[in-house]
Structures are given as structure tokens and as C-alpha cells.
Design a binder for this molecule. Structure first.
Ligand code: NZQ
Ligand code: ZN
Length: 383
């Protein structure tokens, strides 16, 4: 087991009718900027609930944070916040709104060029308090210190990690998910599944509790995934989904374990170059990554096959193969494609992506297995 420090200061407020608690969770004297996406919050009544709860607070609004939030959009909110001496940020939305708000919070008091904060996260030494009302279970951003920002102008999608990004509190009312389109539900299940896999599917590490927690999350997501698509208005189904997604990336399954994250990192390329949703990139890259790295991950794949998929017979190799097939089939069952060609992405993309990763000179994954050359093999395998 690796050494680790665990801290998660985010208060989780979970259940029906909890948006009303905004009234007491945020101090009366705060000047609050509420940030939203493109309008779903107005259509499903979440906006009205938030406004009602904060009717005795001073609030400003910023609308239009897009999926895969853009630096330039976030900077417009920074300007608005500075002009109005905002001292509290409330994100109402999915991972994109929350991630943008994390960046906005850090950029408000920063005196240099705010992009520097993304390039060197240690420059974040002050921030603005933030909280969230989550409307889309997927990223875990509501309870973690991560964020991902895109800069379309320069074709970059970059993640940033700083303890200042933990929300003070997050409100999770499963009823607000009833309005989610099928595509976003499927994306959310696959993203949460992949967050668990990235912290689990490496090599046997004798971390008994982390393995069991991860396996519990994976089994829960496999069980509720199809139900989420079939009965998206069932409270318990959506409550389970919401809880799983938050627990999948809040540090609880990551204590002392080796971690991978290569699929996430190389998958960003498919979003910034071809506009795929985040989870769509994961469903394309991951089965290919497992096929390419099967020998390295074989023993853990066999453990996953046995414990999560109940595959008891066969050699270690056969179990590993079966586990990869099951994983790909699960993504397909959720309605996601698992090949680049299914999105119309041409074969030349493999070299384009390879050249970009090569230019960065970085490798990813546990033991840095995914060199630019291996990333190329994975993309070739995913065509
Ligand atoms: O913009 P609006 O109109 O609100 O519509 C959104 C958006 O179009 C819609 N939506 C959200 N809640 C809804 C709803 N529609 C109906 N009813 C509701 N209740 O859903 C669409 C997608 O929203 P978005 O926030 O983009 O999705 P998601 O939560 O999947 O976030 C994706 C972003 O998070 C990053 C991704 O890379 C991507 O940029 N990630 C962040 C992580 C983190 N901070 O820890 C980890 C992840 O691995 C991920 O990389
Ligand atoms: Zn993700």
C-alpha cells in the first residue's frame, strides 16, 4: 500500500427537497454569483428552486457555461464577478458548470494571467468559496478537488487539481435528474464506472478495502446502469446512481492505490479534436487500452472478472479476455459506441493524436506504461 494523505472537506447534502437548504448554508452577507449552463435549469424547475431558496440573499447570475467548459467563457464570469465584488460562487449544473466555477473561483483573486493557474496548479494559493447544486451525476466534481477546462482557441483540454477546488458543500437532490436526456444518463454511468476503473484496474496491490469498495461501486453501477435508462423517474434508482457517481471520484476508493488515468488523459484528445462527449471518449479508448495492455493488467483483470462479473472458470488469460469483453459489452448496453469509426473519425486521426502527445513528451498510466507510442497503438486498436 502506498503512503497517502486523505482529506475531503466537502459537506454532502443529499435527498428530496434539499435545494431549500441553500437559504441557511450560505451566510446572508455574501455576494453570490450563481453560474449555470445553457438553460436546462430553467426548463426543469431547478432555477426556480434556487432563486426561492436565496430570495433573501444578494445574487447575480451568469449563464452559458457550455459542456467541456471553455476558458474564454469562464473569463467572462471572472470579469462579472470582479465588477460586482462577488465573494461566493454557486454552480448549478453538471461537471462542466462545476469545473468552470472552480476555475472562476481561483481566477477572481489572481493577479497574473489566469491561464497560469491551469499550467501550474501550485499557483492557486487563494480562492473564492464555492458550493454546488448538482444536476447530472457523472464526474464527481461536486465532491472533489479536480477540474477540467478546455481552450478551443488553442485546441487544449487540460485538467487541474488543487485543494482549493473542493466545494464547501454540494446539494444532491435525485429528483433534479429526472429531466436528463438518455444520452447524458448513459454518459454519467460510464464516466462513474471509468473513474472507479482508473483507480482499480492496475495490478494486485494487496489493498483489500480499496479493492472491495471499488468492486462494490462497479457492481452497483452494472446493476443500476440499465435501470437508469429504463426508469429515469424512479427515485431510488436515481438516488443510487447519484451516490455512486459521487463516491466514484471523491478519493474514497483511491487511498494508497496505484492509479491509471491514461484513458481519461488520452481521451481528452477526442473531445477537443472531434467534439465527442467525455464519456464517449472513455468508451472508445478503454476497451482498446485493455486489449493493448492486457499482459500488464492480466492479474487484476482476472480478479475483476471473478469478483465483479462472476467468471469463475478458465485460465488467468481467459478470464482477462472475458473481462475485457464484458466491459465493452457493458458500454454498448448503455448505448455508447466503442469504436472511433462509429463516430466517423478517420484513420488519420491516429497520427494526429500521436503527434500531439509526442510533442508534449508525456507518458500516462500506472508505471507510465502509456508512452506516446503505446497511445498510438491504443488508438489504432480503437479505430
Ligand atoms: O447546459 P445545460 O443546459 O444545463 O445542459 C447540460 C449539458 O448540455 C445537460 N444537463 C445537466 N443537467 C441536466 C441537464 N439536462 C437536463 N436535465 C438536467 N438535470 O447535460 C449536458 C452535459 O452537461 P456537462 O456538465 O457537460 O456533463 P458532465 O457532468 O458529464 O461534465 C463533463 C465535463 O466534466 C469533465 C469532463 O471532461 C467534461 O469537461 N470532467 C470533470 C471531472 C472532475 N471535475 O472531477 C472528472 C471527469 O473525468 C471529467 O473529465
Ligand atoms: Zn471522467
Amino acid at each position: 500500500m502506498n503512503n497517502f494523505t486523505f482529506e475531503n472537506p466537502t459537506k454532502l447534502i443529499f435527498g428530496k427537497g434539499t435545494i431549500a437548504q441553500l437559504a441557511t448554508e450560505i451566510e446572508k452577507e455574501r455576494r453570490i454569483l450563481i453560474c449555470f449552463g445553457g438553460g436546462s435549469a430553467k426548463r426543469n424547475g431547478v432555477y426556480q428552486q434556487v432563486k426561492e431558496a436565496l430570495k433573501n440573499h444578494r445574487t447575480w447570475e451568469f449563464w452559458g457555461i457550455e459542456p467541456n467548459p471553455d476558458y474564454d467563457t469562464a473569463m467572462k464570469a471572472v470579469k462579472l464577478a470582479r465588477e460586482n465584488q462577488i465573494d461566493f460562487l454557486l454552480a448549478v449544473g453538471g461537471g462542466s458548470v462545476i469545473d468552470a466555477v472552480k476555475f472562476i473561483a481561483h481566477a477572481i483573486p489572481y493577479e497574473g494571467d489566469p491561464w497560469e493557474l491551469i499550467v501550474d496548479n501550485t499557483l492557486v494559493r487563494r480562492s473564492t468559496p464555492l458550493a454546488t447544486v448538482l444536476t447530472l451525476p457523472a464526474t464527481g466534481s461536486e465532491m472533489n478537488h479536480r477540474g477540467v477546462l478546455s481552450r478551443r482557441r488553442t485546441l487544449e483540454k487540460v485538467s487541474f487539481i488543487t485543494p482549493y477546488s473542493f466545494p464547501r458543500f454540494s446539494i444532491l437532490d435525485p429528483e433534479v435528474t429526472y429531466s436528463l436526456p438518455t444520452k447524458q444518463l448513459a454518459n454519467g454511468v460510464v464516466d462513474a464506472f471509468m473513474h472507479t476503473m482508473e483507480q482499480y484496474m492496475t495490478y494486485p496491490d494487496h489493498n483489500l478495502l480499496m479493492d472491495r469498495w471499488a468492486e462494490g461501486l462497479l457492481m452497483s453501477l452494472i446493476e443500476i446502469g440499465p435501470q437508469v435508462l429504463l426508469q429515469p423517474h424512479d427515485y431510488d434508482t436515481m438516488a443510487n446512481f447519484m451516490l455512486c457517481a459521487s463516491m466514484a471520484l471523491n478519493g474514497f476508493t483511491g487511498m494508497g492505490v496505484p492509479q491509471d488515468w491514461a484513458t481519461h488523459r488520452i481521451g481528452y484528445e477526442l473531445t477537443i479534436l472531434f467534439g465527442l462527449d467525455h464519456a464517449q471518449t472513455l468508451a472508445v479508448v478503454y476497451p482498446a487500452l485493455l486489449r493493448v495492455l492486457k499482459q500488464h493488467k492480466r492479474d487484476k483483470l482476472a480478479q475483476y472478472a471473478e469478483r465483479v462479473w462472476g467468471i469463475q472458470f478458465g485460465s488467468t488469460d481467459e478470464k482477462a479476455d472475458a473481462a475485457i469483453e464484458k466491459t465493452e459489452a457493458f458500454f454498448q448496453q448503455m448505448g455508447l459506441h466503442t469504436r472511433m469509426s462509429q463516430y466517423g473519425i478517420p484513420a488519420e486521426a491516429v497520427d494526429t493524436i500521436y503527434n500531439r502527445i509526442q510533442a508534449r513528451g508525456v507518458s500516462y498510466g500506472e508505471n507510465l506504461l502509456v508512452t506516446p507510442q503505446v497511445a498510438r497503438e491504443i488508438y489504432q486498436n480503437a479505430l
